[in-house]
Design a protein around this ligand. Structure first.
Ligand code: BTN
Length: 336
């Protein structure tokens, strides 16, 4: 259940005029004292709230904070009920997986301001410092076979690109299969984890984990990531972006994904093809399982109907269809 503070913050964000203490306490179903204490606590968090006699409260400035109230302000009031916003967690995917095990419904979202053990693909870690990124996990209960898990990740990549465009008006692209790039640098990664029903092979729960670098500065990235990783802020002249705005739009896009799965296959495929920047480039493919360190080079041609990558390898006449999970692809722009 969202707190009084969260619900009052949503009211303040959505109001262009003063809200009287009396109206706030009626609408929230709490005492005037509870409203006063919410105001004090919000001011402590950095929200600018003007109070005027006989008029009430008006929000005058907002810090860049990931609060349930600021994310929920852009969603329907009931949507806040399945939204958990944390300051710190080991991994939002782990937290969300626990909720899924306890029977949480599809659409459950866990967001954290930081992660102490953020997980990336292939056992790597995902840098998740406080105060700059969005670390979000979304619970899907898709009831389709496990073989379609990578397609869900591709749909999520589309959702991220569309959300960045809607929230900030900025273009981004997908490096096959699911890294989101801005100006050829990685600004977002997606890790999807599923639990499967042993008998039927159907996915029981699927956690879509999305990490977006929003306001990181260059100095936030260690040397080994400096050539590949960046943030939306760095790629846009150091401007600070409101993370809660993007988080809210992303949740809406993921709700659309959940509602459209799997029938909107054609729409997501078309959108994926339009965002994916890999075709037309030279790539090197590495077989994930075999510890392949040399890789094979060739030209990426197109995205197949199952979101595979069609490649013509050097010295071959035929094309090959690469499936995500089996291979990783390197060699795109600044991203090597
Ligand atoms: C990758 O690029 O390798 C995937 C990174 C996925 C990171 C996100 S952050 C939210 C969620 N929780 C995690 O522990 N990982 C994912």
């Amino acid at each position: 259940m969202p707190s009084v503070k969260d619900r009052f913050l949503s009211m303040l964000i959505n109001s262009t005029d003063y809200i009287s203490g009396e109206n706030a306490s009626k609408e929230l179903g709490v005492s005037r004292a509870a409203v006063n204490s919410a105001v004090m606590s919000l001011r402590n968090d950095g929200y600018g709230i003007d109070s005027a006699t006989n008029r009430g409260y008006l929000l005058t400035s907002r810090p860049d904070r990931l609060d349930c109230g600021s994310i929920g302000a852009k969603l329907s009031p009931s949507r806040m009920e399945t939204l958990t916003v944390l300051t710190e967690v080991d991994s939002t995917n782990n937290y969300c997986k626990d909720l899924a095990r306890k029977g949480a419904p599809e659409g459950t979202v866990v967001i954290s301001d930081s992660q102490t053990g953020g997980k990336g693909r292939r056992g790597r870690s995902f840098l998740s410092p406080p105060g700059c990124g969005i670390y979000l996990s979304y619970l899907l209960r898709p009831r389709t076979g496990i073989e379609r898990i990578s397609e869900i990740t591709c749909w999520a990549a589309v959702s991220v690109c569309e959300a960045i465009k809607e929230a900030y008006g900025l273009d981004s692209g997908i490096k096959w299969v699911n890294d989101i790039l801005m100006n050829r640098m990685k600004i977002c990664g997606i890790l999807t984890e599923a639990s499967v029903e042993a008998e039927s092979g159907a996915i029981d729960s699927c956690i879509i984990g999305i990490g977006i670098n929003v306001n990181e500065k260059r100095s936030d990235f260690p040397e080994e990531l400096s050539k590949t990783a960046s943030s939306i802020s760095i790629e846009n002249g150091g401007k600070t972006f409101m993370r809660s705005d993007l988080a809210a739009v992303l949740i809406r896009r993921l709700d659309e994904l959940a509602g459209g799965w799997p029938s909107l296959h054609e729409d997501y495929l078309e959108a994926y093809r339009s965002f994916c920047v890999t075709p037309g480039n030279r790539i090197t493919a590495f077989t994930t399982m075999s510890g392949d360190s040399e890789g094979r080079s060739g030209e990426a041609l197109s995205i197949g109907d199952d979101f595979s990558l069609e490649v013509r390898f050097d010295g071959k006449n035929d094309t090959e269809s690469l499936k995500s999970g089996e291979v990783s692809v390197r060699g795109l722009y600044g991203y090597t």
